[in-house]
Design a protein around this ligand. Structure first.
Ligand code: EPU
Length: 423
């Protein structure tokens, strides 16, 4: 198993380029189940999660081919298969997003029911409510969800106790594109990844209106055809690099990102005293004279609020700020496993229900730490940059699920970071 070793305290500088969005790419890959004919996807990130979903799609008759320029050709060839087995689905929760498109195009879908997750209970009731609301007959038995009958359309309210559901919205929107009638989806997720999925589906011939809003109107069509599409930049990767730049008070430009997708994060960084310049497709952190950060509070929320997927990285930043920061999780109230690993580096963090209280210190010191999930590992890397001495992050396979060559990208902007392979 590989480790990432960071020797902290080194200033960063230069330009780092963001890859295509993982969470944008996953539903678009699943949409290949809906589409007749080949699709060409550009700016596709080479990540474990992407490869895992491609394996699952392979079991469902979808073939793919990576081109030398990094783009991906993908096409559903065998449209008779309809089971996504436990052994594959359990490797990645997000694969539940094949359910809606599989059902809509093939008339039946059987997908393993997702299990637990390190950051708490993650139900799929909204997915099933939405799909049932547009005509699915749903059976849950033997650890599998089976959908049958044809999508008709209907009026669906998708809000839950924690707001809307990103992948739940993706599942319903995809299935609704091939419904016999029209679907009105209220309280749809408004994340940029959903907006991009809808735009992609329209480029394939779908009829979706209200894109980017909480009310989507989807008029069913008979079939979808392939198209060429380019993935949007990964806003979470961009935000992670910005956290590193702000942590080290360094002149770093995060290139090929969409700053409009990062405004909640930039807002909190500016409130903490960072000097941030926003360009058309870049965000630059400029060093400040004092070099010190003020503690600020954050509350994670659905888009356009502060993203839960950057909470852990921002916590690492606050661990070195002046003062006390309250970090509240409104999406996953249990998503705090990183907090105890950060305390191994000297961070002062305590839990109060769905909040973490972070008392900043300039005394972070390197230590061996264990990655527990994707964003938690990224936060340990950011903390390692700001800690004195060496930090070894173990179980880095978590980080490879969502960051393309993170150690190479950070090394290129001056970090003392290396991957150590242990066979
Ligand atoms: N929820 C329900 N019922 C459902 C579905 C969700 O109550 O049927 C709740 C969840 O428990 C949570 C909230 O609704 O409290 C939001 O969850 P959501 O369904 O939106 O999450 P998701 O679609 O499963 C995606 C991302 C996550 C990201 C969340 C929130 C992908 C592949 N995953 O998950 O990304 O944290 O939205 O923004 O898009 C990551 O990349 O590290 C990651 C975990």
């Amino acid at each position: 198993m590989d480790r990432i070793r960071i020797r902290g305290g080194r200033p960063l500088g230069g330009q780092v380029t963001v890859s295509g969005s993982k969470n944008g790419a996953l539903p678009i890959l699943a949409a290949s189940l809906l589409v007749d004919g080949p699709i060409l996807l550009r700016n596709m990130p080479q990540l474990t999660d992407i490869k895992n979903l491609l394996r699952i799609l392979g079991q469902l008759g979808v073939v793919h081919n990576w081109r030398p320029d990094g783009s991906l050709e993908i096409e559903a060839k065998d449209k008779t298969l309809y089971t996504a087995p436990y052994d594959l689905v359990r490797t990645m929760r997000a694969s539940f997003v094949v359910l809606g498109p599989l059902w809509a195009r093939r008339g039946v879908a059987r997908v393993s029911y997702p299990g637990g997750c390190v950051f708490g209970h993650r139900p799929v009731d909204l997915h099933l409510k939405g799909l049932g609301g547009i005509g699915a007959k749903i059976d849950v038995a033997d650890g599998y969800v089976t959908l049958s009958s044809r999508p008709k359309g209907g009026v669906v309210f998708l809000g839950g106790n924690m707001g809307s559901s990103v992948l739940g919205t993706a599942n319903v929107v995809m299935a609704a594109t091939l419904a016999t009638g029209t679907t009105y989806l209220e309280s749809a997720a408004m994340e940029p990844e959903i907006e991009d999925l809808c735009n992609f589906l329209n480029a394939c011939g779908a009829r979706i209106r209200g894109i980017g809003s909480h009310l989507l109107e989807i008029e069913g069509v008979d079939s979808l055809r392939g198209c060429e599409w380019s993935m949007i930049p990964d806003r979470i990767e961009a935000g992670t690099f910005l956290c590193g730049a702000v942590m080290m008070n360094s002149d770093v430009t995060v290139q090929k990102c969409n700053p409009m997708h990062l405004l909640a994060v930039i807002d909190r960084m500016q409130a903490a005293g960072a000097d941030i310049e926003i360009g058309p497709d870049f965000v630059r952190n400029k060093p400040t004279e004092s070099g010190s950060l003020k503690a600020v509070d954050i509350t994670t929320m659905a888009y356009p609020g502060f993203p839960t997927d950057l909470q852990a990285q921002f916590m690492a930043l606050m661990a070195r700020a002046n003062g006390v920061s309250v970090i509240t999780e409104k999406i996953y109230p249990e998503r705090f496993i990183h907090a105890s690993e950060l305390t191994r580096l000297g961070a002062r963090i305590r839990r109060e229900g769905p909040s973490a209280i972070v008392e900043g210190t300039d005394q972070l010191r390197g230590a061996p730490v264990m990655a527990s999930d994707l964003r938690a590992s990224a936060s340990l890397v950011i903390a390692g940059l700001g800690a004195q001495g060496a930090t070894d992050v173990r179980r880095v396979y978590h980080i490879d699920r969502g960051y393309e060559r993170i150690e190479q990208k950070l090394h290129a902007i001056g970090a003392d970071i290396e991957r150590i392979s242990e066979g």
